[in-house]
Write a protein that binds this ligand. Sequence first.
Ligand code: SF4
Length: 266
Amino acid sequence: MPVDLELCASRAAAEADPAWGTHASTTGSVHSWDLSTGVDGPGTRFVLFTAGCPLACAYCHNPDTQQMRNGTRWTVEEVLDRMARYRTFIESSGGGVTISGGEPLLQPAFTSAVLQGAQELGMHTALDTSGALGARADDQLLAATDLVLLDIKAIDPAVYADLTGGALSPTLRFAERLATLRKTVWVRYVLVPGWNDAPDQVARHAAYVAGLGNVERVDVLGYHRLGREKYAQLGLVDRLEGVEAASPAQVQRARDVFGAAGLFAP
Ligand code: SF4
């Protein structure tokens, strides 16, 4: 599948800039933040969306988060101050803090510092990642992470490459490292009709995830077309134009396969 060369070049340039997300930095590029309840971890979450992502998923609902240059520079202290304002409310719901994106591991020093700061505030911490840059998560970052929300977008390497523009193997290596560490993981899987929903793929996906042994929950989410107008607004090609949203029955069938593999897939 063609990958937007201008996007790739801008990401490469951003990554090469030592001011963006190196270990010496205490600032990061932030797209936005929100309070949410649902699939971002237990309870109500303060969710920080970092800017910049090495992938270009065909179903990405927030393609404006894919480039670092679209973010605003925040210091770690500014993030922690903002989180702390909601701490009592969040804690009363059994919630915590989730760092999402974009891809938080594109800025590992910033992400690590935010996770450590949140943990020092006594808050539950979650890292929402595709795992594509899992090798950038050092032991200190993972020690500050109570839960990893791992997006395994397809189990077939060719399908994964078509869907995301990237390689599957770094995500699987990260999943297996987390399993070795016995880190709690929730897996996310967006079901895209005609792309990653073939019955044999779903069965392989479920068997792989069940074999990890550390996955507490699997969220199967149906692809939907809300927000697709962003593609035209940003001048991007909508590679899923003409692909229908996943039906509730399709999503339930996939959930049942994960459930039959012994996984909790609500
Ligand atoms: S990993 Fe997430 S932010 Fe990055 S392109 Fe895919 S869906 Fe979008």
